[in-house]
Design a protein around this ligand. Structure first.
Ligand code: GDG
Length: 456
C-alpha cells in the first residue's frame, strides 16, 4: 500500500492525543506509510481563515486548519452535532434542521477537500473518519481524485425511515456512494444503509460486501472497531490504576461497586440508568447499603443546549435517588461529572463487580471492551450491555438488556451481583477472547485490506 491520507475532525497532532485507541490506529498506519493527516486545528478565528498549519512529526505530515466562528457554529455545533448526531442516534425529536447549517456543513467539507486534493499523489489511499465528513468523498472526486477513498462511520447508521427525516438525505447518500469502501460499526448499521439504497435507488446487494448503485460498484461492510486490548490490560495493573482503586476502595468500605463510564451524552441512556438504579434499591431491598453505584460522566459539548438540559436532568435524578434511598453512612449513587486519567479508569473498572453500559444507541461503545480487558482473571466482574450498542453483536456473553426496560435492568444488576464465580469466569473468558482477537490492529488491517483491494 502507498501513502495513507487520513481526514478526521480532530487529529492527533498533539502527541498526548495519541493515547486513545483510534488515534493510535490511525497514527500507526500513517507512520508505517509516511502519510498525511488533515483536520481542524482546534482554533476558532473571527472571520477569515489563513493558510493551514503544516508540520511534520515522526515522518507524518499534519495539515490543520482553523475554523471561522460561523464554520464552528454552523458546521460543528449545529449541523454535525444538532442534526446528524441526534438523527443517526434515532433522536429526530432533538434535531434542529436548518438549511443554512447544511450549506455551511457542505462548504467546510468542500474547503477541506480543497486542501487535500492538491497534495494527493498516484498510489495514495484516503481514509475519512466519521459523521463530520459525509460529503468529503464527493468533493474529492469533484477535485479530480479517482483513487481509493475509504470512509468509516463511528456512530450508528439509522434505519431508512429515520434517515429520511433528514431533509438532505439524498444528497448525503449519493455523496457517501462516492467512497470506494464504506465502513460501519455493525451489521445492523450496514443493513440499514443498504436497505435505504435498495428501497430508494434500486441498489443491488451483490454479496461479499459489494453494492451496485448509481451506476457504480462500492463496498459496504461492518468493521467493528476494537481497542488496544493488551495495552488496556496492562494499564489496569499499573501503579496509577492501583492508587485509584484503593482510593475508591476506601469510600466503598467493602461494598460492591457498580460502575458506569460515559461521556455525558443523551445517547448513553443515563437518565434511564439512574431510574434503574432507583428500582434496584426499591425492588431488591437486600442491595441497600451493600452496593454503591458510581457513574463517571465527563461533560461534553456543553455549548449545545440539549447537553446542558441533560446535565440538569441528571443532577435532579441523582439528588432524588440519594435523597430517597441514602443513609447516614451510605451514598447509593455517586455521579462524578469530571474526567479521570485512562489508567485511573482502568483501575476502577478492575474493582467494579458490575459495569453498566446501557446506551439507547451507540456505534460501538469502547467502555464495554475496556471493562472486559481490565478484569482480574481469577475474579472477573459482570458486564451489562445494551442491545442497542454496536458492541452487543460481538459481546453476546455479556448480560444483554433493553435500556428502556428499567425494571429488567434493575433485575439484571441483581442477577449480576448474585452470579457465581464460575459463571462469571466462563462468560468473561469468552468476552476476553473476542476483545483480544478483534482488537484495534485487527480492525485497522481489516479495513485497509479492503481499501487496498480497491487499488486500480
Ligand atoms: C464514538 C461513538 C464508538 C470516558 N470517560 C473518560 C474517558 N473516556 C473514554 C472511554 C472510551 C471513550 O472515552 C469513549 O468511547 P465510547 O466508544 O464509549 O463512546 P464515544 O465517545 O461516544 O465514541 C462510539 C467510538 O466513537 C469509537 O468508534 O465506539 O459508539 O459514539 O475510550 O474510556 N477517558 C478518560 N477519562 C475519562 O473520564 N481518559
Amino acid at each position: 500500500m502507498g501513502r495513507l491520507i487520513a481526514i478526521s475532525n480532530r487529529t492527533a497532532a498533539d502527541a498526548s492525543a495519541r493515547a486513545g485507541g483510534l488515534a493510535v490506529a490511525v497514527w500507526e498506519s500513517l507512520t508505517a506509510t509516511g502519510g498525511i493527516w488533515f483536520g481542524w486545528s482546534g482554533n476558532i478565528v473571527e472571520d477569515e481563515v489563513g493558510a493551514p498549519e503544516v508540520f511534520t512529526d515522526e515522518g507524518v505530515e499534519f495539515v490543520t486548519t482553523d475554523f471561522t466562528e460561523a464554520e464552528h457554529d454552523g458546521f460543528y455545533l449545529q449541523y454535525a452535532n444538532r442534526v446528524i448526531w441526534p438523527v443517526f442516534h434515532y433522536r429526530v425529536d432533538l434535531a434542529h434542521f436548518g438549511h443554512a447549517d447544511f450549506d455551511i456543513y457542505a462548504a467546510v467539507n468542500k474547503r477541506i477537500a480543497g486542501l487535500v486534493t492538491p497534495r494527493l499523489k498516484k498510489g495514495d489511499s484516503v481514509w475519512v473518519h466519521d459523521y463530520h465528513f459525509l460529503l468529503m468523498g464527493d468533493y474529492l472526486r469533484q477535485g479530480g481524485w479517482n483513487g481509493p477513498i475509504g470512509f468509516f462511520l463511528h456512530i450508528p447508521f439509522p434505519s431508512p425511515e429515520i434517515f429520511k427525516a433528514l431533509p438532505d438525505h439524498e444528497r448525503i447518500a449519493r455523496a457517501m456512494c462516492e467512497y470506494s469502501v464504506l465502513g460501519f460499526q455493525s451489521t445492523t448499521d450496514r443493513s440499514n444503509f443498504v436497505r435505504y439504497l435498495i428501497e430508494n435507488y434500486d441498489a443491488v446487494d451483490e454479496g461479499d460486501g459489494w453494492i451496485s448503485v448509481f451506476g457504480r460498484k462500492i463496498r459496504a461492510s461492518a468493521y467493528p472497531i476494537g481497542i488496544d486490548a493488551e495495552g488496556f490490560a496492562k494499564a489496569s495493573v499499573s501503579e496509577r490504576a492501583s492508587t485509584a482503586a484503593s482510593r475508591i476502595g476506601r469510600f466503598l468500605g467493602g461494598r460492591h461497586l457498580v460502575l458506569g463510564v460515559d461521556r455525558m451524552d443523551y445517547s448513553k441512556g443515563l437518565p434511564q440508568r439512574f431510574e434503574a438504579v432507583g428500582q434496584l434499591f426499591d425492588n431488591f431491598p437486600s442491595t441497600r447499603g451493600v452496593v454503591s453505584v458510581t457513574q463517571i460522566a465527563p461533560p461534553s459539548r456543553s455549548k449545545v443546549e440539549e447537553y446542558r438540559d441533560l446535565r440538569i436532568q441528571l443532577d435532579e435524578l441523582a439528588g432524588r435517588i440519594n435523597g430517597d434511598y441514602g443513609d447516614l453512612d451510605w451514598i447509593p449513587l455517586r455521579y462524578l461529572a469530571r474526567s479521570y486519567d485512562r489508567r485511573e479508569l482502568a483501575g476502577l473498572y478492575r474493582i467494579a463487580r458490575v459495569c453498566l453500559v446501557t446506551p439507547l444507541r451507540d456505534g460501538m461503545n469502547l467502555v464495554a471492551k475496556e471493562y472486559v480487558m481490565a478484569q482480574d482473571p481469577d475474579d472477573p466482574g459482570v458486564l451489562i450491555l445494551s442491545e442497542f450498542a454496536g458492541a452487543a453483536e460481538q459481546l453476546s456473553e455479556a448480560l444483554i438488556v433493553n435500556p428502556h426496560d428499567t425494571y429488567k435492568v434493575a433485575e439484571t444488576i441483581y442477577q449480576a451481583l448474585e452470579m457465581p464465580l464460575e459463571e462469571r469466569k466462563a462468560r468473561w473468558e469468552k468476552l476476553r477472547d473476542i476483545v483480544v482477537e478483534q482488537d484495534i490492529s485487527w480492525w485497522r488491517q481489516k479495513f485497509l485490506d479492503d481499501l487496498s483491494s480497491d487499488l486500480t
